[in-house]
Structure formats: structure tokens, C-alpha cells
Design a protein around this ligand. Sequence first.
Ligand code: AHG
Length: 343
Amino acid sequence: MKPVSLIQFMIEERRAGHVNAELSLLIEVVARACKRIAVATNKGALGGVLGMAGSEDALSMNIQGEAQKKLDVISNEILLEANAWGGHLAACASEEMEDPQPIPDMYPKGNHLLLFDPLDGSSNIDVNISVGTIFSVLRCPDGVTEPKAVDFLQPGTAQLAAGYVVYGPATVLVLTFGHGTHEFTLDREVGSFVLSRRDIRIPAETAEFAINMSNQRHWQAPMQRYIGDLLAGKDGPRGKDFNMRWVASMVADVHRIVTRGGVFYYPLDAKILQQGGKLRLMYEANPMAFIVEQAGGAATTGRERIMALQPTALHQRVPVFLGSRREVELATHYHRSADEAPG
Ligand code: AHG
């Protein structure tokens, strides 16, 4: 079969009425920026891109209060710069920046809002483990010419497109416009993303889970019970053995799930109770939930569907349960039934 490039794929999607010209051009700009991030991550130590941003005495910190890696800063700049002149955006918001970034006056403006986590899992960069970019596209509310944070606070169901790029042994883009989830692999010689899987389906059942077990003693009771039942394997109530994986890079963990099924959990625990969770709703949970649901999987907070949440802040954090549908539903059931139990 003849290879289908990302551009050809988006022309097909336009003809099918799944995407308009402005949105497909916006995705092309994001994909081009991600190719540049792939080049920077691939250079590793030779590109002088490893290590922390800032100086030894004054590390550069992001809005989340986390020390930034050089590649966090570089990836953020690549995405901002590429998207500023594209003409398809009203504003961008990045996990690395406190406030949305307006489009400079010298460039034309469009009617989309772009949110991104420029380099997710960046603690893995220095040890040469996969990292990734996550993005989500919303429509700018009608009549808004200078979008503020409040204009981005739309539920995940309002997303027009979402995707991630995993910078691993291969650079892979996974994308949805709300009509299935599709995968493109970067052909480095040709320099273009080529369709490698159309309409991905995540198996509903799984025997593989991903969670940071070191937080076990801090989890809430339903999570303790649920994971306890998985760990009991064949001898426990589930009657089968489960395997565990944890890359600590959400993009890599989710990519495994969209490839062979499985579940990913970052539940609430006592250490992160005040902040509402570890992962960010707008930059991580919503786009990944859209991708996973479009592939037949499920995504909840352990209690509610992620995409139905009304966001209250740009950098809001939430618990995340996503992946193979039946297993996510079961984990969610443990929480809901505990909440409903008398006493
Ligand atoms: P960061 O981008 O700050 O490295 O965060 C990574 C996220 C996510 O990608 C990953 O699943 C999770 O944090 C890992 O958290 P733990 O370090 O607590 O395992």
C-alpha cells in the first residue's frame, strides 16, 4: 500500500468534513514544531540540551513550582515560535507558563486556542527514556479577540483535536479530530509523518496496569482495595495474574496502552490531596482522555468522566484513570461504591 502522509490524511479528513482548513493547517504547524523537538531530543548530550535550565544557584522554575530542564524550555520556545506566525490561533497556553500567550500583533490571528505540555516526562530526558509533547485544540469563544485564561476553561468534550508525540526509538504522533484515533510515524529520511495505524482500538480487557506503587500507603481506601485485588492475581477475586509497567512518562505509558491495551492510574493520594491530583487537566488529562475515548477506551478521575469536568483553573490538577474500558470502569466502580456506602 502507498504510504499516506499526515498532510494527505488531513486532506482526506477535510473532504470527509471532519476538519476544516484552518484546523488542519494548525495541526501541521504543531507537527512541524514537534519534528524540531525530536531533533533536539535526539541530539542528547551532543546538542548541549541535557540538564537543568538556569544556573546552579538559581534553577529555572515553571508555574507548577518544578525545576525546568533545558529541553522543557527549548521545546516550549519551539512550539510558541512556530505557532505565533501560523495565523490559525487566537492564543496559546503552556504547562510551563502561568498565563496564556497572546499572538503578537504583527501576525494574523485565527479562532483556535492551543494548549500544550511541551515536554512531558522531562525527568526522563537525562537517562534517555522516552518523553513527549501533548496538545489540545479548542475554539476561541465568539467575540473574544484577546483570550484570557477563562476563555480556555472549556470541558474536554469541547476539544476539536488532541494529540501527542512520543520521542522514543521512533518519533510517533497520535492524533484525533473526534473521528477515531490515528498514528503517524516520522520518516526521518523524508522528514514527514506517515500514517502507521488508522482507527486504533484499545482492547476493552487487559491484564497490565501502570501506577507508581511507591505512593501505595498514601492512596485512598478504594484504590488500596482495587490494586490489592490486582496484586492478589490468580488467587484473588479477579482470578487472573496482572503485570505492571511504569515509565513515569505519561506519553510513553499511554502509547503502550494505545498499542497493546492496559490501564494507567495516577490516583489522588494524601500527599497531593490539596492540589487535587498530580496531572494537569488541560494539558495532560483532557487530551489523553480524548485520544483514549476515540480509541474505544475510557478515562475517569476514578469517580467522573474526565472530559465532562468543567475546568476551574488553567493549571488545575486531577486524578487520572485511563485505558482499557472494562478495567477503568471497574476501578471507577470501586471508588463510586465506596462513596455511596452508608457510614
Ligand atoms: P514531568 O513532566 O514533570 O516529568 O511529570 C511527568 C508526569 C507524567 O508524565 C508521569 O506519568 C508522572 O508525572 C510521573 O510521576 P511520578 O514521578 O510521581 O511517578
